[in-house]
Design a protein around this ligand. Sequence first.
Ligand code: TXA
Ligand code: MG
Length: 348
Amino acid sequence: MPIKISDESIRQAAKVISQGGLVAFPTETVYGLGGDAFNPDALAKIFEAKGRPRFDPLIVHIADLETLEKVADLSMLDTAARKKLSLLAEDLWPGPLTLVLPKQKAVPDLATSGMNTVAVRLPAHETARRLIALSTGAVAAPSANPFGYLSPTRAEHVEEMLGEKVDLILDGGPSQVGVESTVLDLCNGQPAILRPGGTPKDAIEALIGPVATGPAVNADDLAESSGLPSPGLIKSHYAPRTPLLAHDDESICALSPSKEDGAAFLFFDGASRNKWLSVQSLEKGFAVAVTIAVLSETGDTLEAAARLFQTLHELDRLSPKRIHAQLAPEHGLGMAINDRLQRAASAA
Ligand code: TXA
Ligand code: MG
């Protein structure tokens, strides 16, 4: 059962991590499944609990900048990259940004899947930072969901999906950002976004200039996955059990309810839902059961991201025949929302 956050429960959770156990904890993006980043046994348990392939490396979470050099070897960065790192860290940490940096030897290969780089994040969530600081200072934590399934934005999601596989679940209420951190690689010349997420590309480019956006990797390529730039780029990911189809504004409005009995519609904004209703109510035979959900009535990408996984979890529980999801505009967190929807769609 999830335990509410208190000084006592955070201390208890820190002890579990220090002793090699697993704790699910809230962050501002999604809930994480945390274990001591320096303890290979704890890392093995994380892969085991998630059913995650070992070639998919973990993010190491730290509580303060002083710990960064314990996990990342900054002497391996050139001057330009070091400058970018300090601009990003100063402005966007703590926050939903993960930086891929040269790895420090003390970090076990299991955490980084044998790569010579390590992904590091300094989360904004205060409970997360206190837990990290009170335990071992560096906590490896993927999202607390079974591999390939929707990420958890509430303690109940973790309880439902991983339950007894976790030693303790800390309940910090709903995650505020709602999509995972943006993963940015600083090791290869021009910085590249390996996964769009809670920090918009614009915010990064405003500080360090143009960044590249990595291509999505097809799940079929996984057999030869050793060369993946970021294994989390596997296309089928973040998927509900229900088949999901991603649509642009036009194609979702063209879906006729009479052919969609038992389906669910997930609109980005209230205006699109209203448009669909007004187009489709002209049609006869609207006496079919469809479920309708909207991510943000006003079309705010921040609100839509915060509600994305929660809404998909809710729709999935209703077991509709399929979910038709409208893509977001590409500004703000729209890129991260669309990334998750398109991956979910390619799993269908
Ligand atoms: O918001 C988040 O980032 C959440 C919370 C819990 O902090 N964590 C999260 O972890 O989403 P996970 O394991 O679900 O995703 C980690 C991503 C994957 O796409 C993985 O491939 C990538 O980071 N990654 C980790 N280490 C990497 C590395 N050394 N090089 C490239 N990509 C890496
Ligand atoms: Mg994940």
